[in-house]
Design a protein around this ligand. Structure first.
Ligand SMILES: NC(=O)c1ccc[n+]([C@@H]2O[C@H](COP(=O)([O-])OP(=O)(O)OC[C@H]3O[C@@H](n4cnc5c(N)ncnc54)[C@H](O)[C@@H]3O)[C@@H](O)[C@H]2O)c1
Ligand SMILES: N[C@H](CO)Cc1c[nH]c[nH+]1
Ligand SMILES: [Zn+2]
Length: 439
C-alpha cells in the first residue's frame, strides 16, 4: 500500500491562526444532521421494538447472522472460558494492568461524611454507589480489553451492585482478551451489541437488556450522539469520542518518538486527532520527516494517514508560554509535555484530560497500565469534564438532622425567607418548630 503524509502546518504568528485552529478542531461529523437523525431513529426503534430492533440493527451494522437475542448474550461461564483461551503472558498483563488500575482508583473512593453543630444538629452527605451501571466498550475498528478494565474497575471499586457491559463483535469476531478482561474485572453481564442501539438498550431497557442508571464509556460518533440523546433518561459520564493527543515539545525529544506518539492515537480512528506544538521550526521538520519514514511501516497505515492528513497538525509557536496557551485553547484528551522540566509548566496547564509528564512518559502507558483511567473527555470538553472515575459511579444525598434547638433557630431564618418568597406553607411548616422560649 502506498501512503503519503500531508500534515497541516500552522504558525501561531499568522494573523489567521485562531481561525485556522478553530477549523482544525471542529469535528465535522459532530454536527452532521444525518448522523443525528439516524441515531434518533435507532433510539426510537429500540424503545418501540426492544430486542427485535437490537437483533435487526446488529445484523445490519455489525454483519452478524443472528436470529434472536439469545445469540447476543454471553453468560459468565463464557467469560471464564475466555480466561483459559488466552496466553499466560496475556493473562499476566491483564492482571498487572487490572491491579494497577484498581490501586489508583481505590484512592478516589469517597466516603459519607458529617459534622455536628453546637446545638446538636447533624449535617452531612451520604455516598451511595449506583444500583446498575452500563459500560460501553468500543469494538468497531479495534477491540479494547483495556477499556473493559478502565470502565469496570472503577464501577466495582465504587460498589456498584450490577455492572452490565455491551460490546459489538463485528462479523461475529469475538475477542477473547475482551471477555477475559471482563472476567478479571468482575463484569456481571455481557451483551454483544454496539453503537447507538446498545446505548438505547441500556438507557431504556429491553426484554433482555436491563435498564441501567448510568451509561459510561467511549465510542464512535454514533455512540457519542446516542449518549447525548439519552442523557436525562439515564446519567452519562461524558462525551468521550475519537481519541486525541497533543504533544508539546521543546525540540529536544527524539523526533521518531514524537511521530510514534502522534501515530499512537491516530491509529484509533480516521477521525482521531494528533497535534504537535513546538517553538522549534527545525524540530517540526524533523518530526514531519519521521512521519514520512515511519508511516509505511505501520500496520494501520491507512487509518493513520487519514487521521494525520485530515485532522493532524504541526504548530509552530513563538515560545513555550505560547505553546501552553495553545494547549489550554485545545483542551486535549491527552497532553504530553515532552520537555526538560515538565513540573515547571504543570501549574499553567488548565485544561487536559490527562497530562503525561516528560520525555519518557508516552501516552500509550496511560492507555494500558499506568493506573489512571484512559476514558477521558475529548473535543475540548476537558474544559468542564474529568477522567472517568469512581466518583462517576457514586452519588451523594444530603443529610440534615436537626435537634429541637437547631430546628427552632433555623425556623426563624427560614420563616423570613419563605415569607419573602410568598410561600406561606413553607413559612408555617418552619414556624411550627420554633420553640416557645417562655416555656
Ligand atoms: N476516549 C476513550 O477513552 C477511547 C477509548 C477507546 C476508543 N476510543 C475511541 O472510540 C471509538 C471507537 O469506535 P469504533 O467505531 O471502533 O467502535 P464503536 O464500538 O464505538 O462503534 C461500532 C458501532 O458503531 C455502529 N455503526 C457503525 N457504522 C454505523 C452506521 N453507518 N450507522 C449506524 N451505526 C453504525 C455499529 O453499531 C457498530 O457496532 C474510536 O473513535 C476510538 O478512538 C476512545
Ligand atoms: N487512547 C484511547 C483513549 O483515547 C484508549 C486506548 C485503548 N487502547 C489503546 N488506547
Ligand atoms: Zn490509545
Amino acid at each position: 500500500m502506498t501512503t503519503s503524509t500531508a500534515i497541516a502546518r500552522l504558525n501561531a504568528a499568522d494573523p489567521d491562526f485562531a481561525h485556522h485552529l478553530d477549523h482544525l478542531l471542529s469535528w465535522e461529523s459532530v454536527s452532521d444532521d444525518s448522523v443525528n437523525q439516524r441515531v434518533l431513529d435507532i433510539i426510537k426503534a429500540v424503545r418501540a421494538r426492544g430486542d427485535a430492533a437490537l437483533v435487526d440493527f446488529t445484523r445490519q451494522f455489525d454483519g452478524l447472522d443472528v436470529q434472536s437475542m439469545a445469540d447476543l448474550i454471553l453468560p459468565r461461564e463464557r467469560l471464564e472460558l475466555a480466561l483459559t483461551r488466552i496466553t499466560v503472558p496475556q493473562r499476566e498483563a491483564l492482571e498487572v494492568a487490572a491491579a494497577r488500575v484498581r490501586s489508583y482508583h481505590e484512592q478516589q473512593k469517597q466516603d459519607s461524611w458529617s459534622y455536628t453543630e453546637a446545638d446538636g444538629t447533624v449535617l452531612g452527605q451520604k455516598v451511595t454507589p449506583l444500583d446498575r451501571a452500563g459500560l460501553y466498550v468500543p469494538g468497531g475498528k479495534a477491540s479494547y480489553p483495556s477499556s473493559v478494565l478502565m470502565n469496570a474497575i472503577p464501577a466495582k471499586v465504587a460498589g456498584v451492585t450490577e455492572v452490565v457491559m455491551v460490546v459489538p463483535t463485528p462479523r461475529g469476531e469475538i475477542n477473547e482478551l475482551v471477555l477475559a478482561a471482563a472476567c478479571i474485572a468482575g463484569v456481571d453481564r455481557v451483551f454483544t451489541i454496539g453503537g447507538a442501539q446498545a446505548v438505547a438498550a441500556l438507557a431504556y431497557g429491553t426484554e433482555s437488556v436491563p435498564k441501567v442508571d448510568k451509561v459510561v464509556g467511549p465510542g464512535n460518533i454514533y455512540v457519542a450522539t446516542a449518549k447525548r440523546h439519552v442523557f436525562g433518561q439515564v446519567g452519562i459520564d461524558m462525551i468521550a469520542g475519537p481519541s486525541e493527543i497533543l504533544v508539546v515539545c521543546d525540540g529536544q525529544t527524539d523526533p521518531d518518538w514524537i511521530a510514534m506518539d502522534l501515530f499512537s492515537q491516530a491509529e484509533h480512528d480516521e477521525d482521531a486527532q494528533a497535534i504537535l506544538v513546538s517553538p522549534d521550526a527545525e524540530f517540526l521538520d524533523k518530526v514531519a520527516a519521521s512521519i514520512d519514514k515511519l508511516l509505511p511501516t505501520m500496520e494501520r497505515a491507512e487509518i493513520i494517514e487519514k487521521s494525520i492528513n485530515g485532522r493532524g497538525a504541526l504548530i509552530l509557536v513563538q515560545d513555550m508560554e505560547q505553546a501552553i496557551e495553545v494547549a489550554n485553547r485545545i483542551a486535549p484528551e491527552h497532553l504530553e509535555l515532552s520537555v526538560a522540566d515538565p513540573q515547571a509548566w504543570l501549574p499553567s496547564i488548565r485544561h487536559a484530560g490527562a497530562i503525561f509528564m516528560g520525555r519518557h512518559t508516552s501516552e500509550a502507558l496511560g492507555d494500558y497500565c499506568a493506573g489512571p483511567n484512559h476514558v477521558l473527555p475529548t473535543s475540548g470538553t476537558a474544559r468542564f469534564s474529568s477522567p472517568l472515575g469512581v466518583y462517576d459511579f457514586q452519588k451523594r444525598s444530603s443529610i440534615i438532622f436537626c435537634s429541637p434547638q437547631g430546628a427552632s433557630e433555623l425556623g426563624k431564618t427560614a420563616s423570613v425567607l419563605a415569607r419573602g418568597e410568598s410561600l406561606s406553607a413553607h413559612a408555617r411548616s418552619a414556624e411550627y418548630r420554633i420553640l416557645d422560649e417562655g416555656k
